[in-house]
Design a protein around this ligand. Sequence first.
Ligand code: 13P
Length: 335
Amino acid sequence: MNKQILIDTVQQLFSEGKGLLAMDESTDTCNKRFATLGIPQTIEMRRKYRELIVTTPSLNESIGGAILFDETIHQQTKDGIPFLDVLVKSGIIPGIKVDIGAKPMAGFPDEKVTEGLDGLRDRLQAYKKLGIRFAKWRAVISIGNGIPTTGSIEANIHALARYASLCQEADIVPIVEPEVLMDGNHSLERCYQITAQVLKTLFYQLYVNKISLEGMILKPNMVIAGTGSKLQNSVEEVAEGTVNCLLESVPAAVPAIAFLSGGQSAEYATAHLNAIQTKFKNRLPWIVTFSFARAIQQPALDIWKGDKANVAKAQKALYHRAKCNAAARRGEYIA
Ligand code: 13P
């Protein structure tokens, strides 16, 4: 492991107030999003959509890195230019999702464990040859009646730590993503309690597995009430709960925290990041930024709908959301 390479990659990803664009939806997830808009669920439509994203003019003003899915990494524009070349040429560092998804966990009803460790060392080497410098692995933790269990938290966190170790061995920065889902009618306080438990378990396992904290990125959920909860908190309360939870759980040696959006609307996700930066900036020992998928892409996807005539307008919407989030990282977002 060359620690300096990892540190340099993190710094480059987040230079000049930038964040990350997650465009690593698995085929199933991408197809589901297409289905709701009546877009044909074909490999060619997925390619066209990803071409729309990577060729969005001036996206590099706000985006330092893009997380891709394996299918996308091998694709090209209609003119035959590999997506990876388009990104690198515009100064956006390509990354890759390397987990193979959350699967039902045996013996733990309603809970999942993320798979993908088998053969990961070889896959990382192959991705590295393609120019990949960072990776992502997402664990999902559900809140509900009697869940999450300690068993599922520990299994998921152990896999995250093993993944991070393999990435660092290959000089690839691991994005470590333990997502506490928004599904359910739980309160912000319950989300806080579970997120803190998950993050404390995570940093203990990262320590046990000898992970260099300086060479990783944490991608957590914000601390927020479940989507089904009658009580939805103010933007300031979400920002305060999130910051307090992170301060009590995440070591200052971690260079950067880049949030997932988790199903929040694009505007709320940005407003929450902005409130974190405006109200609590002096308390944050880390770079705090975004690594959104839906909160950057959804407005553009809604406009595109699979129609060539809408590409330019969709790209404008994508550029706009990316710009808003970069403004929020500076605490300068105006809704
Ligand atoms: P959302 O921002 O849509 O939650 O996606 C982020 C992500 O990368 C999920 O793994």
